[in-house]
Design a protein around this ligand. Structure first.
Ligand code: PLP
Length: 398
């Protein structure tokens, strides 16, 4: 068998050799603690500062607005818990209904301390409607959190519009940009967000929280006071250096790469819909991440686990939605349920997420392997019915 095809970049990405090169001296030779005053410490501090500027530049922030964390999850926790804690009251958190578990579980935790939680409904494409937000903003709200792009269906939210509405009510706005970071242009000032979470493991192994200058945020980890007292613990210098290098590469190559990946994605979508009469696509037809496609086979949702195993054995890595929650368990995806799909259709999602090293040749081989696997497993006699949804026309965007 020739080399494997990795189409699961929304779970995590392979390391770019240029990023590894930037990290190399901090993986072996250089070992200083950035808080130390001697030369080794100063070298590490300079490397962290350079990375901070590189990550800031990716999102139009200033370096002193970037707090490095250990993950996107930690950045999300710090954003919501940190704001509620700084407010001194349990307050009210408004979050999208299809947020990542890092937000939804943080909301559940905050609720145990008396915080009121409101979830914003989404439509069949996964979009948060501004009307829903306006309704939620009628009561006293501490912070609104809506993800920039969804990890399961790839839909990009109208963050600028939602943040603007939120600002009109004098309320803070956070966006989880763990999936969107480096894939679509993000500018914190144009978007008018106060907090924005990033993870480097989509680039590789560390996270960051953008914190708008002047806003109140309380720490959730206590210790030596690193990262302006907001995230104690000795910095992961090699990871941070890699994050910085990846942020810079991504910033320079983003537009070209996004256009290339969107082309490959459209090609896969067209071929899947042409080859399989019962195939249907999930998420918004145009407001979606460039290399992200999710689809299902109507009437055969329960076979997705077997189909993914067959693809894996044939050398292709794709996934059934989020790597962190939905898996081969056959459980309906909570994201699809919130988008209005019935439990059966919500079991059937296959996610293909392309990346920097994905090629047309790989896409063609993937489509061949998919055809063989589908005919072997699902049979060719398929019905052309649409998935179970109140208004199926909204998702059939072929
Ligand atoms: N938010 C979103 C949208 C994600 O997709 C993920 C992980 O995939 C996270 C948060 C958590 O990020 P991390 O794995 O860096 O903790």
């Amino acid at each position: 068998m020739s080399s494997r095809i990795y189409f699961d970049h929304s779970a995590t990405t392979p390391l770019d050799s240029r990023v590894l090169e930037a990290m190399r001296s901090f993986l072996g030779g250089a070992y200083g603690n950035p808080s130390s005053l001697h030369q080794e410490g100063r070298v590490a501090r300079a490397a962290v500062d350079k990375a901070r500027a590189q990550v800031a530049a990716l999102i139009g922030a200033t370096p002193d607005e970037i707090i490095f964390t250990a993950s996107g999850t930690e950045a999300d926790n710090l954003a919501l818990i940190g704001v509620v804690r700084a407010s001194g009251k349990p307050g009210h958190v408004v979050a999208g209904a299809i947020e990542h578990a890092a937000i939804l579980e943080t909301c559940k935790f905050l609720a145990t301390g008396g915080t009121k939680i409101t979830h914003l409904p989404v439509d069949a494409d996964g979009l948060v409607r501004p009307e829903g937000l306006l309704r939620a903003l009628q009561s006293n709200v501490t912070i609104v959190s809506v993800m920039a792009a969804n990890n399961v269906v790839g839909t990009i939210q109208p963050i600028e519009e939602l943040a603007q509405l939120t600002k009109l009510h004098g309320v803070l706005f956070h966006t989880d940009a763990v999936q969107a970071g480096g894939k679509i242009p993000l500018d914190v000032n144009r978007l008018q967000v106060d907090l924005l979470s990033l993870s480097a493991h989509k680039l590789q192994g560390v996270g960051a929280l953008y914190v708008r200058k002047g806003m109140g945020l309380a720490p959730i980890i206590f210790g030596g006071g690193q990262e302006r007292g907001l995230r104690s613990a000795t910095e992961n210098v090699a990871g941070i250096v890699g994050f910085g290098a990846a942020a810079e590469l991504t910033r320079k190559e983003l537009n070209k790469e996004a256009a290339r990946l969107a082309g490959l994605r459209e090609y896969i979508a067209t071929e899947v819909l042409r080859n399989f009469p019962n195939a249907y696509l999930f998420g918004h037809p145009t407001k979606r991440m460039p290399g992200h496609l999710s689809f299902g086979f109507s009437g055969q949702e329960r076979e997705v686990g077997k189909l993914l195993d067959a693809l894996d054995q044939a050398g292709v890595a794709v996934s059934a939605g989020s790597a962190c929650s939905a898996n081969h368990s056959g459980e309906p995806s909570s994201v699809l349920l919130a988008m209005g799909y019935d439990a059966e259709s919500a079991r059937g999602l296959i996610r293909v997420s392309l990346g920097r090293f994905s090629t047309q040749q790989e896409v063609d081989r993937f489509l061949d392997v998919l055809s063989s696997a589908v005919s072997a497993l699902l049979g060719t006699a398929v019905s052309a019915s649409l998935p179970g949804l109140a208004n199926p026309a909204e998702v059939a965007f072929a």
